[in-house]
Design a binder for this molecule. Structure first.
Ligand SMILES: O=C(O)CCC(=O)C(=O)O
Ligand SMILES: [Fe+2]
Length: 204
């Protein structure tokens, strides 16, 4: 009986709740069941990942990205003038991918890992709208560690949405969201610890 109740509550916890937003789809789970504690996942991802300081070219100038990254999965990924060759999924990434696929009902073949070392690391505003993601991509964003504000800005209207993404949370972006909105993570003045974010994607 207890086992059945546990199963039921796990299922309830794994239901994505829609976040009302114009011109796109967003849904969220505060704490995605992963089969192991989120802080253990974070420690293993930090230790097991070959973190890279990638450079990007903006208006012809090379800049180091203000965070560390890694790209795993089945396909190469091209963005901001660079091509990321994939490393194979690790067993832990496959376990996380299964949990994310079960909760979202979507399939993914790639993951971009971002490591924000402290409050000075950030991600500039962008849309994940590369052609190889398809016309209305589903992108599943799994966070670990220090909560950071994920900010969405509408491309044509004065609309801003701010979500605090805490450790263990899953945010699904879908529908026309990438067409109409940009998103990013600002640097912040308040000191904070490290954060990891994994965006699961399907590269066509
Ligand atoms: O760190 C985040 O929450 C955002 C990551 C993101 O937007 C991306 O990987 O494209
Ligand atoms: Fe993104």
């Amino acid at each position: 009986m207890i086992a059945r109740m546990d199963l039921f509550s796990d299922h309830a916890a794994a239901t994505l709740c829609p976040i009302p937003i114009e011109d796109g789809e967003l849904s969220f789970i505060q704490c995605l069941p992963l089969g192991l504690p989120a802080d253990e996942v974070m420690a293993r991802l930090l230790a097991e990942t070959d973190w890279r300081a990638e450079h990007i070219t903006v208006w012809g100038k090379r800049h180091a990205q203000p965070r560390l990254t890694a790209w795993h999965g089945e396909k190469a990924y091209r963005y901001s003038g660079m091509t990321l060759a994939p490393l194979p999924f690790t067993p832990l990434q496959l376990q996380l991918k299964r949990a994310v696929e079960q909760a979202s009902g979507r399939r993914f073949n790639s993951v971009l890992l971002n490591y924000y070392r402290d409050e000075r690391d950030s991600m500039g505003f962008h849309s994940d709208d590369e052609a190889e993601l398809g016309p209305q991509p589903a992108i599943a964003s799994l966070s670990f560690g220090a909560p950071r504000n994920f900010v969405l800005k509408h491309k044509r209207r004065p609309l801003t949405v701010k979500l605090a993404l805490g450790g263990g949370s899953l945010l699904l972006m879908a529908g026309t969201l990438q067409q109409h909105w940009r998103h990013g993570i600002n640097k912040q003045s308040r000191p904070c610890g490290p954060r990891l974010n994994l965006t699961f994607r399907n590269i066509c």
